[in-house]
Write a protein that binds this ligand. Structure first.
Ligand code: HEC
Length: 130
């Protein structure tokens, strides 16, 4: 799954992310853009706008950092979705507060954020340290 996403991303980069890129890339872009707005409204107060988690609320929880390539679980879309739905003390659960679509969008954004962070670079350099 991660590799499929990476391949899709590579394909998007190869086409230069032009306006006339494939429809699937367009819909993915919309998802991420919607996710960004949700993230900034509901998540950035703890996870910081850049995703590094260095905020007063979440700063002492290492896993609040979403861009270091280290995950409490496996960092898969399903695991991220589960954390968003159910929460994990002190993170609140968002099940019922966000629609299924909003949860999907915000998960897509978190994945994009994590790839753009230092964690993505570290992964490319040789994989996450577990
Ligand atoms: C009240 C503060 C707070 C809010 C709001 C919050 N989080 Fe969290 N989040 C945390 C903390 C603290 C952790 C680390 C807790 C732990 O150890 O599981 C965390 C963990 C996570 C993780 C797991 C990271 C990992 O390493 O596996 C994900 C994914 C995540 N948050 C996404 C989100 C998203 C998406 C939102 C918005 C919809 C959000 N969070 C809102 C505080 C928050």
């Amino acid at each position: 799954m991660v590799f499929a996403l990476a391949a899709a991303l590579a394909a998007a980069l190869a086409t230069g992310c032009r306006e006339d890129s494939l429809p699937i890339a367009d819909s993915r872009g919309r998802e991420v853009e919607a996710g960004r707005r949700i993230y900034e409204a509901k998540c950035a107060s703890c996870h910081n706008k850049n995703g590094d988690g260095r905020t007063i609320t979440a700063g002492r929880f290492p896993y609040a950092n979403l861009i270091d390539g280290k995950w409490r679980s496996d960092g898969s879309p399903a695991a991220i979705e589960k954390q968003v739905r159910r929460g994990h003390d002190p993170m609140p659960r968002f099940e019922g507060k966000l629609t299924n679509e909003e949860i999907r969008d915000v998960v897509a954004y978190v994945l994009q954020l994590s790839r753009s962070g230092s964690g993505g670079a570290a992964r490319e350099a040789g994989g996450p340290t577990k």
